[in-house]
Design a binder for this molecule. Structure first.
Ligand code: MN
Length: 233
């Protein structure tokens, strides 16, 4: 068997303090998983978690220096959502929260970039979210840290600054659905496998980005990333 053209490159995320990299299979995202953010998006209170996807090759990493985020086409309202990213290291389908805990290989800080105007239009028209959420380079992500080095998740601060001003500030314990419950629920819809990433939702304070903006974002004990929005290619 020959591929008719060279197989596409395997997307990956660097692993902190390692020369290994984490190959990416799928990217799942959780919607409205922090109560204050749910409210700022016009929803109310606790609801069952819901999921959407980005393509694996939407990951955007930097080997050194800040991540360059090209301002995408077809939007006038690109927004940042800083999120805890869970990396799956073992297969699982219809698992309990206890089983889910053993599937989590590591964590990273990521930004669920969103063309908010296109997402809002899709919501209004009852259409899919892909053009708002799953566009090229829509998933900047920092180096993975193995969960054994991170330990228990709890009051770790999750934050994002734009041009030195704090926009988003919360703790991972504010998640409506914790990471194990999230993995458990997701595994009821999809067969999870090593290489899957889950963006677990964003705290309040999402907002617009423009070319030239400098972004710093992090989660205590997990990592931090620097990025800069650059003009359309
Ligand atoms: Mn999000």
């Amino acid at each position: 068997m020959n591929f008719h053209f060279p197989a596409p490159p395997q997307p990956f995320v660097p692993i902190a303090d390692s020369t290994d990299v984490f190959p990416v299979r799928r990217i799942y995202c959780v919607g409205r998983n922090y109560e204050e953010h749910a409210r700022e998006m016009g929803a109310s209170g606790r609801e069952a978690p819901f999921f959407f996807c980005k393509p694996a090759d939407a990951v955007l990493c930097a080997s050194a220096g800040p991540i360059a985020i090209p301002y995408p086409d077809r939007t006038a309202d690109l927004q940042h959502e800083v999120e805890l990213v869970v990396a799956i290291g073992a297969p699982g389908y219809r698992v309990t929260a206890e089983q889910a805990a053993r599937m989590i290989w590591g964590y990273a800080v990521g930004i669920d970039l969103t063309r908010r105007d296109l997402q809002a239009e899709a919501k209004r028209l009852g259409r899919p979210w892909e053009v708002g959420k799953a566009f090229d380079r829509s998933a900047p992500i920092g180096a993975m840290r193995p969960s054994i080095k991170v330990g228990e998740l709890g009051t770790q601060r999750i934050w994002l600054d734009v041009n030195g001003r704090r926009r988003q500030d919360g703790t991972v314990s504010q998640m409506i659905w914790g990471v194990e419950e999230t993995v458990s629920q997701l595994s009821g819809f999809f067969e999870l496998a090593p290489g899957d990433l889950i963006f677990t939702g964003t705290p309040a304070g999402v907002g617009p980005l423009v070319p030239g903006d400098r972004i710093e974002a992090g989660i205590d004990g997990i990592g931090a990333i620097q990025a800069q929005v650059v003009d359309k290619r």
